[in-house]
Design a protein around this ligand. Sequence first.
Ligand SMILES: [Cu+2]
Length: 152
Amino acid sequence: MKFKLLVISALVSGLAGVVQAAPLTISAPWIRAMPPNSRVIPIFFNLHNPSPEDRVLTAIHSDLGEVEIHETVTVGDMKKMQPINALTIAAGKMAALKPGGYHGMMSHFTLGVPAEGEFVLLTLRYANGESQEVNVEVVRREKASMLMTNSN
Ligand SMILES: [Cu+2]
């Protein structure tokens, strides 16, 4: 019995050394449906970080175009958006990528502007080398509002 316990504790401590940080939780993802001649389309989702360490989103990748991470800033009485290199999601907190705030901005579409109802596979990359995928539907804003409400 004592031997078994020792083995178990050795296993647990062995695992602890290689354990991966808990994955972030993605909720209410959506891409805004835009006309087919649009040069850019916005990407939104909530990122919850359940781990005890801050996590840093450094890139959003898609095979269907280029994606930047944008922030929205107020200059005078104008709102404008600009690219940022990283978005920190503090330990235990949530970062919202939402209209009027942070968002992904997709451009240079390889297969044209994704249409309403299509899905775009995104890979979120983090500063610690981890990544995660999310398949995001292109929807109209009305439907997105329902998504966002339901996730709260
Ligand atoms: Cu933008």
